[in-house]
Design a protein around this ligand. Structure first.
Ligand SMILES: Cc1cc2nc3c(=O)[nH]c(=O)nc-3n(C[C@H](O)[C@H](O)[C@H](O)COP(=O)(O)O)c2cc1C
Length: 367
């Protein structure tokens, strides 16, 4: 192991979950699960990463229902018996390779494409009916729909535990359903589910709190958050550390074990005048472990991928400097690990010449 990267290979914990190193596979939608059921190709894909020493695998986003959550073809769910059985095979295979795996639960909310959903006639769910702030497309979610969504998330988390997952990550980032409640520009509600940060976090808090009551204390719950929005990459849902504290504190009280703080470039400071990134602030403000992410080991950020830009391998110095200073605990790696199941080994063994470039061609195969 090279001394410069040794900080990545120290053990650490998320709640009761002991992890051998600090590298997390970022959740990445792969769309290889027809009918919502992950098959043997998905089993092999995750097993390969476990065999090659990824510390914690987070699955692609998985739908907690097969109606309003679903707007992307061939995304898996964990609702049907077949899907749950498929995920059990995935978890067993990862454990057989001495790996750990968490499921990401993803409700597409206002970013669901109804035309591509299995329920195209059902209107999409979101806090106030906005995709673009100020332009309502649907009715705000009713009280009954909010209760239904909470129940579906909780049931999905419980099903994941039963299927053998080691933890759950709730996808609260990137403008999807949970995030539509967090961001003031898409949550204009005047009832208990809107208003200040206490109101705007209530939906996520109910999900976390009610899940915790069923799964118990020894099953880590992670929440993924992003300041940036698909509608506005420069958005800051929290404008200051004080506001960020108001966002995170209710989630801590509800029982979350770690924050996964999505940035497109992990080295960018979150607030003017301070060097800490988003995950750095989450750790500092809450004392909980945090996971950072964004362009690790690659020259370009992930949204450029879709425009066809090829990303070259890049140095890890900025990362090891920040992790060496204990700014955050874990680093999630997306495209580099999608491209190359052996990425972690190559980094540990300093096989820099073996690292691969990333192009969107990699999305067409599941290896
Ligand atoms: C193909 C692809 C699919 C993604 N799907 C998801 C997803 O399902 N859930 C999620 O939270 N983020 C998703 N992301 C974002 C990644 O988790 C990660 O934050 C992003 O790729 C930045 O990390 P990277 O620069 O290491 O790739 C996806 C990214 C890519 C490239």
């Amino acid at each position: 192991m090279g001394s410069t990267t040794s900080v990545l290979f120290e053990p650490a914990t998320i709640g009761s979950l002991e992890l051998p190193n600090r590298i997390v596979m970022a959740p990445m939608t792969r769309s290889f699960s027809p009918g919502g059921v992950p098959g043997d190709n998905v089993v092999d894909y995750y097993r390969r990463r476990a065999e090659n020493d990824v510390g914690l695998i987070l699955t692609e986003g998985v739908h907690p229902n097969t109606t309003t959550a679903d707007g992307t073809p061939n995304v898996p769910d964990i609702v049907t018996a077949e899907a749950k059985a498929g995920w059990k095979k995935v978890a067993d295979a990862v454990h057989g390779a001495r790996g750990k795996i968490g499921i990401q639960l993803w409700h597409e909310g206002p970013y669901r494409n109804p035309a591509k959903s299995s329920s195209p006639d059902i209107p999409s769910w979101s806090a106030s009916g906005f995709k673009v702030p100020g332009k309502p497309l649907w009715e705000p979610m009713s009280q009954a729909q909010i209760e239904q969504a909470i129940t579906e998330f909780v049931d999905a988390a419980v099903a994941a535990k039963e299927a053998g997952f080691d933890c759950v990550e709730f996808h609260g980032a990137h403008s999807y359903l949970l995030d539509s409640f967090f961001w003031a520009k898409t949550n204009q509600r005047t009832d208990e589910w809107g208003g200040d940060w206490t109101g705007r976090t209530k939906f996520a808090c109910e999900i976390i709190h009610r899940t915790r009551a069923i799964v118990g204390g020894n099953f880590p719950l992670i929440i993924r958050l992003s300041q940036w929005k698909q509608q506005d990459f420069a958005a800051k849902a929290a404008q200051s550390p004080e506001e960020l504290s108001q966002w995170l504190s209710p989630l801590v009280d509800a029982g979350v074990d770690a924050f996964h703080c999505s940035q497109r470039r992990f080295w960018e400071p979150e607030f003017e005048g301070y060097d800490l990134n988003f995950a750095g602030w989450a750790k500092k403000l809450t004392g909980l472990p945090s996971i950072s992410v964004g362009s690790v080991g690659l020259s370009g950020e992930f949204t450029a991928t879709y425009a066809g830009e090829v990303s070259q391998p890049a140095s890890l110095e900025k990362l090891t400097d920040r992790m060496g200073a204990n700014e955050f605990d874990f680093i999630a790696v997306g495209r580099a690990l999608l491209q190359d199941p052996e990425w972690v080994l190559k980094i540990r063994e300093e096989r820099r010449d073996d690292l691969m470039e990333f192009s969107k061609d990699a999305l067409a195969t599941l290896y």
